[in-house]
Design a protein around this ligand. Structure first.
Ligand SMILES: C[S@@+](CC[C@H](N)C(=O)[O-])C[C@H]1O[C@@H](n2cnc3c(N)ncnc32)[C@H](O)[C@@H]1O
Length: 289
């Protein structure tokens, strides 16, 4: 991992995730940044309201990707600032460019592993993360490290994470389309993956063990958007890691048929203003003890 700042030998504890996010996933999300920014717009409106960033807040955005949420936070923190942290150099370059174009002067970005990066202690009022905290090899260590960076006591944590896979049509419909008449391959049961914080008992236990209290979960059910038409949606979905992994297990003929079924599913979800799937997330809020 080619860090933007000297990090020290122990600075990346998530090498497999870094290889993906600082590799093909980062390139894909940068190429389709406009779609991914629009993907979860209604979820994001709820998230931004829950984050409740105040004028003087110093905000840490973990797993900020191309930085939409960091820029939102910087605009709210008019007398404060926002720092976005991510594993992907390419997404951070995009985030910096967009921030310059928007004339934001109180925002910065850092390529680092939030699980182990040595943030200055108690240097943020609030940590936000939209879908950026489900990929830690050691979640208790990661949230403890993030908690160390928050003001004590009372520093706020506001996360958006996916609810269980079977509540998220955007993934079940794609997996079923790719599988066809074959059984849908079981997703990873544990370790870092998009649904690792879906169970409130698990996520709440991790946050409590990491030093957080007043932990709450708010149900958000809103559609997600995969693009203006099925062709763009296919390109977006085809580039997701889960799709790449499922197709990689098929021979060439099976892969062609699976992709045809995927195109048909995406076309069936075309509405007047784009391709949409049902989706459910949690907003998790907590405070540092
Ligand atoms: C699903 S993307 C979400 C990106 C962005 N927050 C958004 O909503 O568009 C997950 C992001 O988390 C980042 N990420 C994963 N593990 C991380 C870690 N240990 N430290 C920092 N960022 C991480 C990835 O690089 C990726 O950009």
């Amino acid at each position: 991992m080619d860090m933007a700042e000297p990090q020290g030998a122990a600075a990346c504890a998530n090498a497999e995730q870094a290889a993906e996010w600082d590799g093909p996933a980062g390139a894909h999300r940068t190429r389709h940044a406009a779609v991914f920014d629009a993907e979860a717009r209604p979820h994001n409106e709820r998230f931004r309201a829950a984050a409740g960033v105040s004028a003087r807040d110093r905000v840490l955005d973990v797993g900020c990707g191309t930085g939409q949420t960091t820029r939102d936070a910087a605009r709210a923190a008019v007398d404060g600032n926002a720092l976005g942290v991510d594993l992907s150099a390419q997404m951070l370059d995009h985030a910096r460019r967009r921030s310059r174009e928007e004339g934001l002067t109180n925002v910065s970005f850092l390529q680092a592993d939030a699980q182990v990066h040595r943030f200055p202690a108690a240097s943020f009022e609030v940590c936000i993360s939209r879908f950026g905290t489900m990929f830690f090899a050691d979640p208790v260590a990661a949230f403890s490290n993030i908690g160390h960076a928050l003001r004590r006591p009372g520093g706020r944590l506001v996360l958006m994470v996916w609810q269980a896979r079977d509540r998220n049509e955007w993934t079940t419909a794609v997996r079923e389309a790719l599988a066809g008449d074959n059984p849908v391959p079981p997703p990873p049961a544990e370790g870092p993956h998009p649904f690792s914080l879906a169970d409130p008992a698990v996520a709440g236990g991790i946050l409590a063990a990491a030093g957080f209290a007043e932990i709450s979960f708010t149900d958000v059910r809103e559609p997600i958007y995969y693009g203006p038409d099925p062709a763009v949606a296919f390109d977006v979905v085809r580039g997701l890691r889960s799709t790449r992994d499922l197709l990689a297990g098929l021979d060439a003929g099976e892969a062609d048929r699976a992709q045809d079924r995927l195109r048909a599913t995406l076309a069936a979800h075309q509405a007047a203003d784009g391709v949409f799937f049902d989706a459910r997330s949690w907003i998790i809020a907590a405070r540092r003890r």
